[in-house]
Ligand binder design. Structure first.
Ligand SMILES: [Zn+2]
Length: 72
């Protein structure tokens, strides 16, 4: 997994790209640190995983080749 931080809240997460459509995200801090996720009901957080900014950051990292695909 590779560390990546959210451009909006600065929260650092570990990201693993399994396939072009599959991204695994692991929070290293509480999701409360992210303003966008903190507004969501707790039940939602497990399924949402990332705020929009973070998702955008991940996509950009993939496009720039900074996030390697890990199929193992
Ligand atoms: Zn965020």
């Amino acid at each position: 997994m590779q560390p990546l931080s959210c451009r909006s809240c600065g929260t650092c997460v570990l990201v693993k790209k399994n396939s072009p459509a599959h991204t695994q995200v692991q929070w290293t801090t509480d999701t409360d640190r992210c303003a966008e996720l903190a507004q969501r009901p707790t039940a939602d957080r497990a399924t949402v995983l990332t705020c929009l900014r973070l998702r955008d950051s991940i996509e950009k990292a993939v496009r720039r080749g900074e996030l390697r695909m890990d199929t193992s």
